[in-house]
Design a protein around this ligand. Structure first.
Ligand code: GLU
Length: 387
């Protein structure tokens, strides 16, 4: 079969370059190639034992049927308590909706907010899925540059038009690892209140912050700001549950109700027994995840100096990504960051994501979600491939 009558909407979408590269790396590894995965967009640890046990128990207890569309009531309650206590967000179970990872949550938020031609402000560099999700909803992503990976509030204000529906904020940030300051978040929040537009606050990496940084949830800043915020979080990164596909949004009840209608047609409930694994994640000893955070801090301390030996790089304060500026390697030897990344895969056997995928040419995204030995070996191999 070779024919297809595809819609303009779907033809305008590019496949996710991060998932595409993950597929390629998995394939190369299956062929026996020794690839170091600096492309990894997920923790390299398995989900902790209490999560696995609770999931198996739920399976055995028959939690295998359709469940409530917005999520298992006990998990919605537990998430509301978690965001109240850990994030300072005023929420009840009715403010929570559980879906298949942040990806589906964001898709539904864009669908819920955008009429054709409506604009959503996206800070650059951005996660690959943001613009495509907005376009799928008939919206227009309006890109605004950051300064040293921090929001440029004046530029955001200048980008707001009559068509603006929301400002999309992602902290800790993928791909830069930046953690936004309280002042910057407050200024964006006040702008949203003044202009009566939403803030979509993607906090997928909230569990991973380093050095003196603290994650601040936009919806915790003031009740006026909270009214306009739709927060998205996920179990994927904070609890090493990427494959479980459990993410959630926290928003005003009418937003939850509207999105729930779409969710009921799109997928219905998230995998029922996976939600019991998520419930166990919230109930288990927090020391388990604190240990993982300490490991990531150590890896950052190891990887950052190795990275700056080769490239200019702002030190990240969250997530598990380094986002160096590789301009000095672009020109004669490599046409662009895609060519550089391809060279590193072929010659250094290190997989990295080109910055262009995130709207930031002349950069690379390097994940330090791998063991110490692989971090050292990976940078040594990159150094050799560039010598
Ligand atoms: N979010 C991760 C990344 O940026 C996982 C892959 C994806 O869904 O994009 O690599």
């Amino acid at each position: 079969m070779t024919q297809a009558q595809l819609s303009a909407r779907i033809s305008a979408i590019a496949e996710s370059s991060t998932t595409q590269l993950m597929g390629l790396v998995q394939q190369l590894k299956a062929e026996g190639k020794q690839i170091i995965s600096f492309n990894a967009g997920e923790p390299d640890f398995n989900a902790p034992e209490p999560i696995l046990q609770a999931t198996v128990k739920a399976l055995q207890a028959g939690k295998t049927k359709y469940g409530a569309v917005p999520g298992e009531p006990s998990l919605r309650e537990a998430i509301a308590k978690k965001v109240r206590e850990e994030n300072g967000i005023v929420a009840e179970a009715a403010n929570v909706l559980i879906a298949n990872g942040s990806k589906q949550i964001l898709y539904m938020i864009f669908q819920a907010l955008c009429n054709p031609g409506d604009e959503i402000i996206v800070l650059k560099p951005y996660w690959v899925t943001f613009p495509e999700g907005i376009k799928l909803a008939g919206g227009v992503p309006v890109f605004v540059d950051t300064i040293d990976h921090q929001p440029d509030v004046d530029a955001i204000a200048a980008a707001i038009t009559r068509r603006t529906k929301a400002i999309l904020v992602n902290t800790p940030n993928n791909p830069t690892g930046a953690v936004y300051s309280r002042e910057a978040l407050m200024a964006i929040g006040q702008l949203a209140v003044e202009k009566e537009i939403h803030v979509i606050s993607d906090e997928a990496y909230e569990g991973l912050v380093y050095d003196e940084a603290r994650h601040i949830s936009m919806a915790s800043l003031s009740p006026e700001i909270a009214d306009w915020v739709i927060t998205t979080q996920t179990f994927s990164k904070s609890y090493c549950m990427t494959g479980f596909r459990v993410g959630y949004l926290v928003a005003a009840a009418p937003v939850v109700k509207a999105i729930n209608g779409m969710h009921s047609h799109l997928t219905g409930n998230v995998c029922t027994f996976a939600q019991y694994g998520a419930l166990a994640a919230l109930e288990m000893d927090p020391a388990i995840m604190q240990q993982m955070q300490q490991t990531f801090q150590r890896r950052l301390d190891l990887a950052y100096p190795l990275c700056t030996e080769l490239f200019d790089c702002v030190r990240p304060a969250g997530a598990f990504y380094l986002f160096p500026d590789v301009s000095r390697w672009i020109g004669e030897r490599f046409a662009d960051d895609d060519a550089l990344a391809a060279h590193l895969l072929k010659e250094a056997h290190v997989a990295v994501v080109p910055g262009s995928a995130f709207g930031a040419p002349n950069h690379l995204r390097l994940s330090f979600s791998t063991d110490d030995a692989s971090i050292e070996k990976g940078f040594a191999q990159i150094k050799q491939a560039l010598s």
